[in-house]
Design a protein around this ligand. Structure first.
Ligand code: PMP
Length: 401
């Protein structure tokens, strides 16, 4: 293959999380009993008012090309939504670009800002697509290992250690996929200050901002004064908190020249995001009934988080994990599960798949000592999965002993 394909794809690997989820669906279709905890997708339906707005948009004939930067109604709705979450800060809708999912927003931001010889710092473990996207820009991703004593988050010291003059960007994900850890307001301010002082761009992936188990939405770069935001592209979207993964609506809020470049880029690639889906999202971001649905979903994720944490403490007391404060992932360490044999995440996930549960090895996120489990699943599925998981942990422990 390598002689056919261009060097643009030298580093390209298909997304491991998408691949595991596809393999799980294939096995389920063959009749295998597998609980899928691999995928980063809410198990809830899209809130009714948002879905109906999408249907109405089709019926009203909003089926032609949209403005490539996004319809003004959606950009205004996003500005209002983000402003409400950030203490009333004013956001200029002209700086908001709508794309086909926040994955495309991140791609557009990176492609507009980073190129050959640039380095981009990525706190690790990290979402699978960040290093891949940076490679597609022909820039160099540089992993910054997070501190295991600190929910695998990075500090300014960790960033400083990996910094040199070629570093042009940092991709910061909070609440974090895969760990569920959330940076506090103080930590965000320190990192933003460090980036500003070094002239480093921050791509702040806040797609999980609403799925937070503290008070209100998670702390954000948008909570900081303007002087911190001159080199920040904020990423947000409808997929996760609004249970709209399939509608493919992503949001970027960027300084004007970058927003313009991102819009121009997509005018030459996708022409913009699905038109009726933009109307659905425009309702989702401001509708009061949708807001109540979001609150109910977040409350359900919170209960599931508590249940998973509690059961791990009781039934797998030796297993180290990051206590999640946001998103819907639980990240646990498996090398201690088989004392003396250092089990890897990859081996563990093969075995847990054989026991009837799909999860993602930490290798996909840059550290194979760990495994990621999504708890965006029904209580029943979660209970079945935990029984199978703890059964396997006990068996592996007994075999190793
Ligand atoms: N960022 C993170 C951290 C994610 O986990 C995901 C989805 N798994 C995305 C971005 C992309 O989301 P979207 O569906 O909006 O493209």
């Amino acid at each position: 293959m390598s002689e056919i394909l261009s060097s643009n794809l030298t580093y390209l690997k298909p997304s491991e999380t998408v691949a595991i989820s596809a393999e799980t669906k294939r096995r389920q279709a063959l009749g295998e009993d597998i609980v899928d905890l691999s995928v980063g997708e809410p198990d809830f339906d899209t809130p009714k008012a948002a879905a109906e707005a999408g249907i109405a948009a089709i019926q009203k004939g909003y089926t032609r090309y949209p403005p490539n930067i996004g319809i003004p109604e959606l950009r205004a709705a996003v500005a209002r939504n983000l402003s409400l979450m950030s203490g009333g800060r004013a956001l200029n809708p002209d700086q908001i670009v709508i794309s086909s999912g926040s994955k495309q927003s991140i791609f557009n931001a990176c492609f507009s800002l980073f190129g050959p010889k640039d380095k981009v710092l990525i706190p690790s473990p990290a979402w699978v697509s960040y290093p891949q996207i940076v490679h597609l820009c022909r820039a160099e991703p540089v992993a910054v290992p997070g501190d295991p004593e600190w929910g695998l988050k990075v500090s300014v010291k960790d960033l400083e250690r990996k910094y040199d003059k070629l570093v042009k960007g940092l991709i910061l994900c909070s609440p974090c996929n895969p760990t569920g850890a959330t940076y506090t307001a103080t930590e965000i301010k320190a990192i933003a200050g460090w980036a500003r002082d070094h002239g480093v761009w921050i791509i702040a992936d806040e797609i999980y901002r609403r799925i937070y188990y503290g008070n209100g939405p998670a702390p954000s770069l948008l909570d900081l004064p303007d002087e911190y935001l001159e080199k920040v592209v904020l990423i947000y979207g409808a997929a996760k908190a609004y249970a709209m993964t399939g509608w493919r609506i992503g949001v970027a809020y960027a300084p004007m020249p970058v927003a313009k470049a991102m819009a121009a880029l997509q005018s030459q690639t996708t022409t913009g995001a699905n038109h009726p889906a933009q109307w659905a999202a425009a309702t989702a971001f401001v509708d009061e009934a949708v807001e109540r649905d979001v609150q109910k979903m977040v409350a359900a994720f919170h209960l599931r988080r508590d249940r998973v944490v509690e059961r791990f403490r009781q039934e797998a007391p030796g297993v180290e994990f990051v206590e999640p404060t946001g998103a819907f992932y639980f990240f646990f360490r498996v090398d201690g599960v088989t004392p003396g044999h250092d089990c890897t995440g990859t081996v563990f996930c093969e075995q847990v798949m054989a026991a009837g549960v799909a999860m993602v090895p930490g290798a996909a996120f840059g550290d194979d000592h760990w495994v990621r489990m999504s708890y965006a699943a029904s209580d029943k599925d979660l209970d079945t999965a935990l029984e199978r998981l703890f059964g396997l942990i006990r068996r592996l422990g007994a075999r190793a002993a």
